[in-house]
Design a protein around this ligand. Sequence first.
Ligand code: SF4
Ligand code: SF4
Length: 404
Amino acid sequence: MSNKSIVYWAPPNEISAISYDKEKMLSNNLVKTRLILDKILDHINSGDKVGVKLHFGEAHNTRYLRHDYIREVVEAIKSKGGIPTLIETQGLGMYIQQINISENYSVFLGHRKTKADHEKIAHLHGFSESIIGAPIKFIDGEKGIESKIIKIDGIHFKEVHVAAGLFEYDKIVVASHFKGHPQAAFGGALKQLGVGCITKHHKYALHFIGDLSINTEICNISKCSQECIEACPVGAIKIENESAVIDNSLCVYCTACLESCPVRKAINRTFNTNESEFNIMAEKVIDNATAVINSFGPENIRFINFAFDIPLMCDCVVNANMPIIPDLGIFGSKDPVAIDKACVDAEINAPGLPILNEDGQWTEPLSIGIEKINAMSNYLDTSWQIDAAIKNGLGSKEYELVKI
Ligand code: SF4
Ligand code: SF4
């Protein structure tokens, strides 16, 4: 018997379906989505509460996964007798940022930081119960800090703050948009778990090194209204000797103090921006994913990856950029490593697309056989997540691709 994991693959719509007969409809991407789901949703029993983990897309991002695909996921779960809910967590910080484009035009960014704002952007992008047929639940609470601490023997972490609400569900279906990512190289099934199912605490630990601290030389209570104290959701900040002090034993690393402080550089934090260390961030994503899978049970989770509209940047950036490869299709599996590896391999085996560079010139498309994400970034490596996931025992990178 083969030890390879099964990955089901439906290629993207390759012919135009101009007539409405059954044969032509089988080339339709939504019909193909349903055929993949019929293969993988064997874990759902009638009456199961099923969380559909997805990403609603940041405001002004125009490449996020269309709601039509998620509606298909919801319908497939209902057809098995499951009770679906769309589940998601909040991003770092608490406040929307206003950017003035011109005198009478501003854009507002950072809508995924609190439940109220996140819900608005979800609805704007078509993810409302009236359209999708399932309610939305933010599994990390109103402010993204409600967690259950899970112990692991990870590469970097020994414990992870997993979103507490995840454990209200019997089963999960992880629906991911496969695309690039500026630090973890790519986003797929593993990153949906390792970033999308944890609270702000471990999102901070992915992006920054060490604790937040007050710069007592710069913090000046005569230049502020102590906004940091007002912003802190857990009362971790107080004033001592004319300066703010953070009690790191209480801090949940939401970064609201940082965003609210009007005095530049009064609060220190160290970015994990060194390109030579992005492999560490990718490994931390996998540690987080390990905590989610180990605590929820791998047998209770299924994965579907949509490899459409694939830019180098992820769905949480506001400038999504042009796709760097053509659509690759829909993938489904029980194994999060195998499904992500299959998407990366499909990316390598596809021709690159020309993109417009900053000088307004079309670039020469990269050839079949070249790892485009790695080649175009010069510092990212798609093997980081895959290798770390193998090390943590999350699945297999050996797979059998079954074409649907
Ligand atoms: S950290 Fe900022 S908001 Fe808080 S007391 Fe200092 S200057 Fe004021
Ligand atoms: S001290 Fe910690 S919990 Fe409080 S606002 Fe700052 S980051 Fe958030």
